[in-house]
Design a protein around this ligand. Structure first.
Ligand code: SF4
Length: 342
């Protein structure tokens, strides 16, 4: 990870969506998809973001990029607040912040050849002319960068495998020399054998180009190898944030402990005897979140206070933040081994 300092600060970010219903089409409720989240991202860093489906991680990524206008909070990019910026200034900054999507096939226009797909952002932002030799050279360079033959620029998306299509999506995202990319579940739709190749490619590109990633995934095993730090989300809120090794070796939030216990261990002997904490039930609806701690309906350690009082997002040890009343250095928030959850 680069030591060049903070690239992005997310402060008390919220994104709420109105629920419209009834004959008159009135607002009858609110979905708190992202509800008061704060963290920073360093230059050249990968911040993994993990949580079950519907926890708000994709909305958070889009709100950071201002693809969804935040309801409240700040996103400070390189010293400037994106949330108060006018559209013209934001357009100038846009090339620096890109996105890679889960399903590359759905985001690559099937009627366009790779050359147009990868080169299009350069044309749209007026950096190169359509049909120019310079544009062809840049597309060839980008394809080589992601490990593809430049001759493929004349082919169409359906001619490629899922992994190759994700490489094309990455080449497109890199075309404008971004310094930050939101990677929204970029490996979830790929075969396990291909996932590692794409992760390795993204790590190599980060080393070469110094780009920072917000790497979104639904389980911890997918972010384990690429992340420097990891943020765990539940029902629109951050439950825990820590350095990667701390999060795996000493998770303090009961939800993280449950997610961590589901990560397979390579040693078959350890894998056989390891304890798993499987949560009961599904996450509640973000349209009707529980009182107090949003995790209390599934937490094996819930005490009366958890139902009444919302815990703060607190720094327990340097760089290790947890949203749990019980979390402290003595391990009071650890799920006991003999828990009947497993
Ligand atoms: Fe569980 Fe209470 Fe901690 Fe929430 S605050 S995670 S319910 S122990």
């Amino acid at each position: 990870m680069s030591e060049n300092g903070t690239l992005l600060q997310v402060a008390n970010l919220r994104k709420h969506f109105p629920i419209i219903g009834g004959m008159l089409g009135r607002q009858i409720g609110t979905v708190k998809a992202v509800d008061d989240i704060s963290f920073d991202i360093q230059r050249g860093e990968t911040l993994g973001m993990v949580g079950e489906s519907g926890c708000g991680k994709s909305t958070a990524g889009r709100a950071i990029l201002q693809l969804h206008k935040p309801t409240a909070g700040q996103v400070i990019y390189d010293g400037a607040d994106l949330t108060t910026m006018n559209a013209e200034v934001l357009r100038v900054l846009r090339p620096k912040m890109q996105m890679i999507f889960q399903d590359p096939y759905a985001t690559l226009n099937p009627r366009h050849p790779v050359k147009k797909i990868v080169g299009e952002p350069l044309v749209i932002h007026g950096m190169m002319k359509k049909g120019s030799a310079e544009l062809s050279d840049r597309v060839a360079e980008l394809l080589e960068l992601v490990g593809m033959d430049p001759a493929y620029m004349r082919r169409f998306p359906h001619e490629f495998s899922g992994g190759q299509r994700q490489r094309i999506g990455i080449a497109r995202a890199l075309s404008l020399n971004p310094d930050f990319i939101v990677c929204d579940e970029p490996i979830s739709a790929l075969d396990v054998s291909i996932q590692a190749q794409v992760v390795n490619l993204m790590q190599d590109l980060q080393e070469q180009l110094g780009v920072a990633y917000l790497f979104i995934a639904h389980d911890l095993s997918m972010v384990k190898h690429i992340s420097h730090r990891i943020v765990v989300m539940y029902l629109g809120k951050v439950m825990e944030l820590a350095e990667r090794n701390t999060l795996f070796d000493d998770p303090l939030h009961p939800y993280t402990q449950s997610l961590n216990s589901a990560v397979p261990v390579p040693d078959p002997k350890t894998e056989r005897i390891r304890k798993r904490f499987i949560l009961k039930g599904d996450p509640p609806s973000p349209a009707n979140p529980p009182s107090g701690c949003v995790f209390h309906t599934r937490c094996p350690l819930t005490v009366e206070r958890c139902i009444r009082v919302e815990p703060e997002f607190r720094e327990i040890q340097a760089g290790h933040f947890v949203t749990c009343h019980l979390a402290d250095e003595s391990g009071s928030s650890k799920i006991p081994e003999q828990s009947d959850l497993s």
